[in-house]
Write a new protein. Sequence first.
Length: 84
Amino acid sequence: MKPIKFDKQNSALTRPLSMSSETCGLLPIYRTTIDVISCWKMNWRERFAGLFYGRVWIKIRAGMTHPPIALSCEKTIFLKDKDG
């Protein structure tokens, strides 16, 4: 899966200093005071594997704790604005 830019994006996370730009790129995000949201796109092989196996694995390279996360497969998780 690859992270992709999206309309509501208002920031980006950069790679850790311990990683090279070849192994870790920018992560486009939407940041609020309580959430950080990113959008990822699957290629056809990943879509088929998801359909066949019905599983999504997440690997987080972080400190000693696991942050609260949520995964979903939707067109958007943002509510539609009143104006459109």
